[in-house]
Design a protein around this ligand. Structure first.
Ligand code: PLP
Length: 395
């Protein structure tokens, strides 16, 4: 009899979004006339921009005509899109060769698949609170996980210490759930640590487009030394509303080698074996994001989410509540008032003012006592939620 992967028995049940759904459902069953102000889930609410829609339509029409029809696409990405993305990095002074960029179907897929490159006995360091997929993908692969807790004392941006015994290091900046962003100096400490140990950093840059402060790095490759220790995983999901359309990209420098093996060449082999490329239509839609028109339009949408963040931050400032994020990220991570637990605060907001957020505990034990608001919601709902939070918490 075939044995199934026993590592799956080690996965902890994730009750976070299930519990939120159950609690809100039960509340609505008891209070059918109430409207909920949902600021929990990190999905976008605005549609794809015109430039993308136009490009998608054109690409669909291309597929209807023999002369412009495309069958299988190159497994690592359409060469012109790889070049476009490499040029996007150039604007920040990051020089990539086109074939260091791999077009993907999104960051989640890549965060799971990329683990094929690493030996099972490598240890993964995950700073917490964390995006839950990092832990689960490594548990499924049977990898040992080192949990690195962070807190308000270090602004939820922990730094390496000599005693950390890590091979694979997860950094997410801007961070989900905390919204905290590593500056160049702090990132350099991680790059130096990884190079000194021979470790590899998986840098999740899914929220890079939300950074507004000039000096903050959008890419780990803005840091000297990163080309020998980092892989960057990026996504158009939040940048351009592609959560349901699916497109992303991954950067693996050709200079990333360990033990005589080259990670870029291995990934080419992996993709050409395990994928048949990303749809022609989606790659055309994705390419439109990087045009001048596309950039202008996606930043108009991002500005709407940023205004939601501003509305919420103003209220938290007025109330004197500690928080991080919001400025360079679409999440606000606040300390629950009056030492409430994060689920206790969830229940309180739901019952008293019908506002739904995400309890910090769901992102790891050190998230207890904190609460995440997503700023991807409807602006009018966000304003009303902020008004209600102010009324409730100023008491
Ligand atoms: N990485 C982080 C930190 C995220 O928050 C998310 C989605 O919420 C993802 C990756 C997944 O992005 P994608 O939609 O490209 O799979």
């Amino acid at each position: 009899m075939i044995a199934l992967n026993k590592n799956y028995d080690n996965l902890q049940d994730s009750y976070l979004f299930y519990n939120i759904a159950q609690k809100t459902k039960a509340y609505l069953a008891e209070n059918p006339d109430q409207k909920l102000y949902r600021m929990g889930i990190g999905d976008v609410s605005l549609p794809l921009c015109d430039a993308v829609i136009k490009a998608l339509h054109t690409a669909v029409d291309d597929q209807a005509v023999k002369g412009s029809f495309h069958g299988y696409m190159p497994e690592c990405g359409d060469p012109s899109l790889r070049e476009t993305i490499a040029n996007y990095y150039k604007r920040r002074g990051v020089n990539l060769e086109n074939d260091e960029v791999f077009v993907s179907s999104g960051a989640s897929d890549e965060l799971g698949d990329i683990l094929d490159l690493f030996s099972k006995d490598s240890k993964a360091l995950i700073m917490e609170p964390a995006y839950p997929a990092y832990v689960d993908a490594n548990v499924m692969a049977g990898r040992e996980i080192i949990h690195l807790p962070s807190g308000a004392d270090n602004g939820f941006l922990p730094l390496p210490t000599d005693d950390l015994d890590a091979d694979l290091i997860y950094l997410c900046s801007p961070n989900n759930p905390t919204g905290a962003v590593f500056d160049k100096e702090k990132l350099k400490k991680w790059v130096d640590f990884a190079n000194a140990r021979g470790a590899i950093i998986i840098f999740d840059a899914a929220y890079e487009a939300f950074i507004e402060e000039e000096d903050l790095p959008h890419s780990i490759f803005e840091i000297e030394g990163a080309r020998t220790c980092a892989i960057e995983i990026c996504s158009l999901s939040k940048t351009a509303g592609f959560t349901g359309t699916r497109l992303g990209y991954t950067v693996i420098p050709k200079t990333l080698e360990r033990g005589g093996q080259n990670a870029n060449a291995m990934w080419v082999r992996n993709r050409t074996t395990k994928t048949n490329g990303i749809s022609y239509i989606l790659q055309k839609g994705g390419a439109a994001v990087f045009t001048e028109e596309g950039q202008e339009q996606i930043h108009r949408n991002i500005a709407i989410y940023k205004n939601n963040a501003k509305v919420l931050m103003e209220v938290l400032d007025e109330l004197g509540i500690w928080y991080c994020g919001g400025k360079n990220a679409p999440y606000i991570w606040m300390r629950c008032p009056d030492n409430m637990g994060s689920w206790e605060f969830f229940d309180y907001l739901l019952k008293e003012i019908q506002v739904v957020g995400t309890p910090g505990e769901g992102f790891g034990a050190c998230g207890e006592g904190y609460f995440r608001f997503s700023t991807f919601g409807d602006p009018e709902d966000t304003k009303e939620a902020a008004r209600r939070i102010k009324e409730l918490l100023k008491k």
